[in-house]
Design a protein around this ligand. Structure first.
Ligand SMILES: [Zn+2]
Length: 240
């Protein structure tokens, strides 16, 4: 007699997750192998804008890169990952201090997830009352987690004073965050905290470090083109 309530509970959990996905508030796309892109939405200057993050499945658990922008999607993302892959998120790294990257850090810390930013990001988060991580990265760092290895890289100031990118050298995946704009974007977006003088040099530093990326994940909009680096450099050169 125990099985009936269990089945009903399972259905209601699945029903919730599918509803949250199908209403368009959270989208998960397969990138390649164990890599997935999640997209949530929020409003900027009255326009509904997408924000992309990434997660990676390892045999130890799931590594998340940035948090959803939409605060209602922090838990649904964890639930969706659990249902799809039967794995829990163990770590989350945010790539600069803006809320589309750091928004979920405190929530995830409360869920027992190890949260990370650079020291530089933490100083800005503190100053600007953004959510802060539990663990701080001092300098560019190589993380080795089970079969995967990736590097955090600060290429200089651009979109924000603290923007880092994440480079998977073996897979040639460049998780670029908001520093790199989508080929869909006709401008560099929010420049409120940008370094207009350095932006182009910073992009060149990314090109120098991250050679021939197969994938470049931009912070917003379409991420399927690898022309986004060149496209961003072109726009950054016009800033000066
Ligand atoms: Zn952004």
């Amino acid at each position: 007699m125990r099985t009936i309530p269990t089945i009903i509970i399972c259905f209601s959990i699945l029903g919730n997750i599918f509803a949250q996905n199908s209403d368009g508030s959270l989208k998960i796309s397969h990138l390649n192998g164990d890599f997935y892109i999640f997209t949530s939405y929020n409003y900027y200057k009255g326009n509904r804008i997408s924000a992309n993050g990434m997660y990676l499945l390892t045999s130890n658990g799931v590594i998340m890169f940035d948090s959803p922008w939409d605060t209602t999607q922090f838990q649904p993302l964890l639930d969706s990952i659990k249902v799809r892959h039967n794995k829990s998120v163990i770590m989350c790294i945010a790539t600069h201090f803006h809320e589309d990257r750091t928004g979920g850090l405190e929530y995830y810390k409360q869920q027992g997830i190890k949260t990370y930013t650079t020291k530089q990001t933490d100083e800005l988060s503190k100053k600007r009352s953004m959510k802060r991580a539990e663990f701080l990265i001092d300098k560019d760092t190589v993380f080795k987690i089970e079969q995967y290895s990736f590097q955090t890289f600060f290429p200089g100031q651009g979109h924000a004073p603290d923007n880092i990118v994440i480079w998977f050298e073996k897979e040639r995946i460049l998780y670029a965050g908001c520093l790199i704009k989508s080929v869909e974007d006709s401008n560099l977006g929010n420049l409120a905290d940008a370094n207009i003088k350095e932006y182009a040099t910073t992009i060149k530093n990314v090109q120098e470090k991250c050679k021939r990326p197969k994938y470049i994940i931009t912070g917003h909009d379409d991420w399927t083109s690898t022309k986004s680096l060149k496209h961003t450099l072109k726009m950054a050169k016009k800033l000066k």
